[in-house]
Ligand binder design. Structure first.
Ligand code: HEC
Length: 134
């Protein structure tokens, strides 16, 4: 049995290295990872989830998977190092000029407050961690 464990460990390490060395592609879809829909949302992120579903999901999709109106957040381009929390505040408050994709501009989202955005961002970061973005 032990050799099996060793092989599994080895494969896990290989997978880990594979992820790290993946080129961070800013424009193409292949960096996008899918989140298993079976994962329940922990209580601490449910307020953010609700606000996200009301205000962002129309374009960014349920669980941030994207729609034909806006990009998914489960893409390395939205890794916290590329788009920090400030980019999320700015997007919600001021809107976004289309620059990464071909969806068009994002209008400012009415009624968003900084407090609500804190919740929304922690929910999105949770989705990203679940999807292995970081
Ligand atoms: C009407 C559709 C729409 C809605 C609603 C919307 N977005 Fe967007 N969002 C977009 C599009 C389209 C882009 C891509 C712009 C581009 O080409 O980079 C985008 C981009 C972004 C970006 C990337 C900003 C950057 O600096 O590149 C963030 C962050 C973001 N949206 C957050 C949100 C959040 C948070 C909400 C909800 C509070 C939200 N969006 C609601 C359409 C939308």
């Amino acid at each position: 049995m032990q050799w099996m464990l060793k092989i599994m460990l080895f494969m896990l390490i290989l997978l880990g290295i594979g992820c790290e060395s993946k080129p961070s592609d800013a424009t193409a879809e292949p960096g996008t990872t899918q989140l298993s829909s079976a994962t329940p949302v922990p209580a601490e992120f449910q307020k953010g989830e609700a606000a996200f579903n009301i205000n962002c999901a129309r374009c960014h999709g349920g669980s941030g998977r994207g729609t034909d109106q806006g990009p998914t957040f489960l893409n390395r381009v939205y890794h916290p190092n590329h788009h920090g929390d400030q980019a999320f505040y700015r997007a919600a408050m001021q809107g976004v000029r289309a620059h990464h994709w071909k969806f068009g501009d994002m209008p400012p989202v009415e009624g968003m407050t900084k407090d609500l955005m804190v919740e929304v961002i922690s929910y999105i970061r949770w989705l990203q961690r679940k999807a292995g973005i970081y």
